[in-house]
Design a binder for this molecule. Structure first.
Ligand code: C5P
Length: 358
C-alpha cells in the first residue's frame, strides 16, 4: 500500500539530503518477495510521486538495492526504516549498500503498516460483522488477531497503535496561509484509505485555484453515511494521509458534514467542489452542498478515476487467503529478522548475512 507511514519515512529521508529519489518495485518483484501488493505498480508510482517530499520516482527499482542503481541515479546514499526487509531467500535487501556505507536509517512510524491496514479490511467481511459490533473496533486487534499462531507476531507490525501528536501534524503540515488574491478551493469527504481516485480528484480541483483546503468528516459522520465498519482509517490517520499530498494546502480536522456559511466565510472559500461520486444527504435528508450552491460557488469536478475505498476493500476480500498468508508470513519473517538483527548487534555487526525463517 501507500500510507502515511511511508510518507513519514520519505519526509525523514528528504530531511537527510537535498533531493529525494524513491525507487518503487514492480508488482512481480513484490509478489515474489512479500506477497501480493494491494495497489498495482501504476497506482503506486503515481501515489508516491504525489507525496510532497518526493522529487523523483524510479519505476521498477530492483528489490535488492545495488550500488549501480545508486550511481545510475546519482544518489549518495540509500535510506530505509529501522526494520529489516528480506528477499524471499532471507537476504537483507540493503546488505550491499550497508556494506558500502551508503545507507542511512530513518525511524519506522509506530502503529501503521500495510499488514495492519490489510488486517482491518479483512475483518470487515460479513462473517465478521455477524459476530457483532462489540467484537470489532478500528483501534484494536487488527492484523495480529488474524493469526492464531501467537509466534507469528512481529516486533514491527501490528503491535502498537499510532499515536497522533501535534508534532506529527506539524511535521506533515505545509504551514502555508493563502496569499492575497489566492483563489481558495474547499472540498470535503472521508478520504479513507487515501487512493489514486482521491489523488486525481485533488489534482483536478487544485487546477481550479491556488490554495486547496480539504475538510475531513469525523469518524461517526463517515460511519453514518458509509455504514459497516467504515472508516478503515480514523480521523487522525486520514489527516496525515491527506496532508502528505502535494496538492493540499490545509486540512480541516473534523469538518461539518454540511458546508455552512460560517465555514465558507471563515476560510474565505471561493469555490466548493465535489467529484462525480454520489453525495449522501445529511442526517435530516438535506443536501450538504445547499449553502455553496445557493451562493453559486459549487462545482462538480470529475476525477476521471473510478477507484473507491470500497474497491480497495473488495480487492483485499477477494484475495483474502493470499493476504492472510501474506500477513502471517510477513510477521514470521520479521520475527526471524529481529532475532538475527539482535544477534548481529551483539556481535558488533551492522549487516545480517542470511535469515532463516522456521
Ligand atoms: O468518498 P470520499 O468522501 O473519500 O471522496 C472525497 C472526494 O473525492 C469526493 O468529492 C469524491 O467525489 C472525490 N472522488 C473522486 N473520484 C474518485 C474517488 C473520490 O472524484 N475516484
Amino acid at each position: 500500500m501507500v500510507h502515511f507511514g511511508h510518507a513519514n519515512s520519505l519526509r525523514q529521508a528528504k530531511a537527510m539530503g537535498d533531493y529525494l529519489i524513491v525507487g518503487v518495485h514492480t508488482d512481480e518483484e513484490i509478489t515474489k518477495h512479500k506477497g501480493p501488493p494491494v495497489f498495482t505498480q501504476a497506482e503506486r508510482y503515481k501515489m508516491v510521486r504525489a507525496i510532497k517530499w518526493v522529487d523523483e520516482v524510479v519505476e521498477g527499482a530492483p528489490y535488492v538495492t545495488t550500488l549501480e542503481t545508486l550511481d545510475k541515479h546519482d544518489c549518495d546514499f540509500c535510506v530505509h526504516g529501522d526494520d529489516i526487509t528480506m528477499t524471499a531467500d532471507g537476504i537483507d535487501t540493503y546488505h550491499i549498500v550497508k556494506s558500502a556505507n551508503r545507507y542511512k536509517e530513518c525511524k519506522r512510524t509506530e502503529g501503521v503498516s500495510t499488514t495492519d491496514l490489510v488486517g482491518r479490511m479483512l475483518l470487515m467481511t460479513r462473517q465478521h460483522q455477524q459476530v457483532g459490533a462489540s467484537e470489532y473496533s478500528v483501534d484494536d486487534g487488527h492484523s495480529t488477531s488474524l493469526s492464531t499462531d501467537a509466534s507469528a507476531r512481529s516486533p514491527w507490525t501490528g503491535v502498537s497503535h499510532f499515536l497522533p501528536t501535534t508534532r506529527k501534524i506539524m511535521q506533515f503540515s505545509s504551514g502555508l496561509v493563502p496569499k492575497p488574491g489566492d483563489r481558495i478551493i474547499y472540498v470535503a469527504g472521508a478520504f479513507d484509505l487515501f487512493h489514486v481516485g482521491h489523488l486525481d480528484f485533488l489534482a483536478a480541483v487544485r487546477e481550479k485555484g491556488d490554495f486547496l483546503i480539504v475538510g475531513l468528516h469525523t469518524d461517526p459522520a463517515v460511519n453514518r453515511y458509509k455504514g459497516a465498519n467504515y472508516p478503515i482509517m480514523n480521523l487522525h490517520e486520514r489527516v496525515l494521509s491527506v496532508l502528505a499530498c502535494k496538492y493540499v494546502s490545509e486540512v480541516v480536522i473534523g469538518a461539518p458534514y454540511s458546508v455552512t456559511d460560517d465555514l465558507l466565510d471563515q476560510l474565505k472559500v471561493d469555490l466548493v467542489c465535489h467529484g462525480a461520486t454520489e453525495i449522501s444527504p445529511d442526517e435530516d435528508g438535506s443536501d450538504p452542498y445547499q449553502v455553496p450552491k445557493s451562493r453559486g460557488i459549487f462545482e462538480m469536478v470529475a476525477s476521471g478515476n473510478s477507484m473507491t475505498t470500497d474497491r480497495i476493500v473488495e480487492r483485499i476480500i477477494e484475495h483474502r487467503l493470499e493476504f492472510e498468508l501474506r500477513n502471517r508470513n510477513k510477521e514470521k519473517k520479521e520475527r526471524a529478522a529481529f532475532k538475527a538483527y539482535v544477534q548481529a548487534k551483539e556481535q558488533g555487526k551492522n549487516t545480517i548475512d542470511r535469515i532463516v525463517v522456521e
